[in-house]
Design a binder for this molecule. Structure first.
Ligand SMILES: C[S@@+](CC[C@H](N)C(=O)[O-])C[C@H]1O[C@@H](n2cnc3c(N)ncnc32)[C@H](O)[C@@H]1O
Length: 380
């Protein structure tokens, strides 16, 4: 890869040497004005030595994403051997499921590039323009390595206006089912959220499907396509309510994620107002609250946390004694500590035990901003 030298400030070298993968715009010197988006920069320290390589993004909050540490520039061989190492960490997961994240961006040391696999389908997502070429190159390598039949380049929600999702290889995939332990999960790569499904909730699905929920009632709030409801059904649940604002997601749940339709109730509603009118006699053994991120900017954190705790307060009286409350938070803007505090405070009167479910091996957490998903289970 061709690169342009850029001497960084001392503090930038320090944070990068400590393992942080980003340089913020506010830390750039005026010498960076000449670079354009996508330029590969050889990062130079005060002694004029190259100590890493990064991709430049003009006019963005994150100005440089570290691609490789050290003196030598990234080469095709370097990418291939890095990919091999990353894929070797997915071997155990592949025994359990056909759906996994092959590449998890910065957390795997490949900035801004996510690549999900659903059986023979690969889905590339690139989070910012500077990483598009690398993403496409890696998709090509992964297609061969994993013998994929189709590869789609899908715009993440924040880039929907900027890039059009398109087929990079093979035939346009139709909704497809993948095996995940005891579950069969349907995935719609084209229309589904994220790359087609919430792969990151696998650990929670596994946890739920291993519970003894025989005869139990489950309230699944922000259910999306109801894969958590399916996991509860497999664990023996007798009645499951899936509540989501998206009618399409509920239709998909009904079509694909139930073994016995009679056990399910589907409610299309805004959860925040729906919980206010839930009749007091409706009690559940398990309540799941998995709201959307709601805090993509720091200033939204307190509003999101207030909305979370309002829902928790409303649903807690609907939990039966000895019940289980599962709460999720899917934004790194809200720290683990902030989330734990809000959840603990909301449930402290009746639910004393708190368990945190760890991320799965294909969703490693490589740096603080990579720690986006928090899953807490409260029992008494
Ligand atoms: C993080 S996803 C939930 C994923 C889901 N738990 C699963 O198992 O796949 C958040 C969901 O909240 C839904 N949503 C967003 N705002 C909502 C609202 N105000 N009321 C109800 N659902 C909402 C979205 O449609 C989306 O399906």
């Amino acid at each position: 890869m061709k690169s342009r030298r850029y001497q960084v400030k001392k503090e930038v070298e320090k944070v990068i040497q400590q393992g942080h993968p980003w340089v913020f715009k506010s830390h750039l010197s005026s010498a960076a004005n000449i670079f354009k988006t996508g330029d590969c920069l050889a990062l130079v320290n005060a002694s004029n030595e190259v100590f890493g390589y990064g991709l430049f993004e003009k006019d963005a909050l994150i100005a440089i994403r570290l691609l490789k540490a050290g003196k030598t520039p990234p080469s095709a061989e370097w990418f291939k051997s890095k990919l091999k190492k990353i894929l070797s960490r997915r071997e155990n997961i592949k025994k359990f499921t056909e759906g996994y994240r092959a590449l998890h961006g910065e957390n795997d040391g490949i900035p801004g590039v996510v690549f999900d696999v659903y059986g023979k389908i690969g889905v590339l997502q690139t989070y910012t323009p500077s990483v598009d070429p690398i993403g496409r190159y890696l998709a090509w390598v992964l297609r061969k390595e994993l013998q994929l039949e189709s590869v789609v380049w899908k715009a993440p929600s924040r880039r929907k206006k900027e890039i059009v999702s398109r087929l990079l290889y093979g035939k346009q995939p139709k909704p497809e089912s993948i095996r995940e332990g005891k579950l069969k999960i349907a995935v719609d790569v084209g229309e589904g959220q994220k790359s087609g499904a919430f792969l990151d909730l696998r650990g929670l699905r596994k946890f739920l499907s291993l519970q003894n929920l025989k005869g139990k009632r489950v309230l699944n709030l922000f259910s999306y396509t109801g894969t958590l409801g399916l996991a509860a059904e497999v664990a023996g649940a007798q009645e499951i309510w899936n509540v989501d604002i998206s009618k399409g997601a509920l239709k998909f749940s009904e079509q694909f994620h139930s073994l016995d339709k009679k056990k399910f109730r589907y409610v299309a509603a805004d959860v925040f107002s729906w919980v206010e009118s839930l009749p007091p006699q409706e009690k559940f053994d398990v309540i799941i609250v998995d709201p959307p991120s709601m805090a993509s900017e720091t200033k939204q954190i307190s509003v999101a946390l207030k909305a979370y705790s309002r829902v928790y307060k409303r649903v807690l009286p609907h939990l039966k004694p000895k019940g289980m409350m599962i709460v999720c938070c899917c934004t790194s803007r809200i720290t683990r500590q902030q989330f734990n505090e809000v959840a603990k405070k909301s449930f402290s009167t009746s639910l004393r035990k708190m368990k945190s479910l760890p991320p799965e091996d294909d969703h490693p957490v490589g740096f603080p901003q990579g720690d986006y998903l928090k899953l807490l289970v409260f029992t008494d």
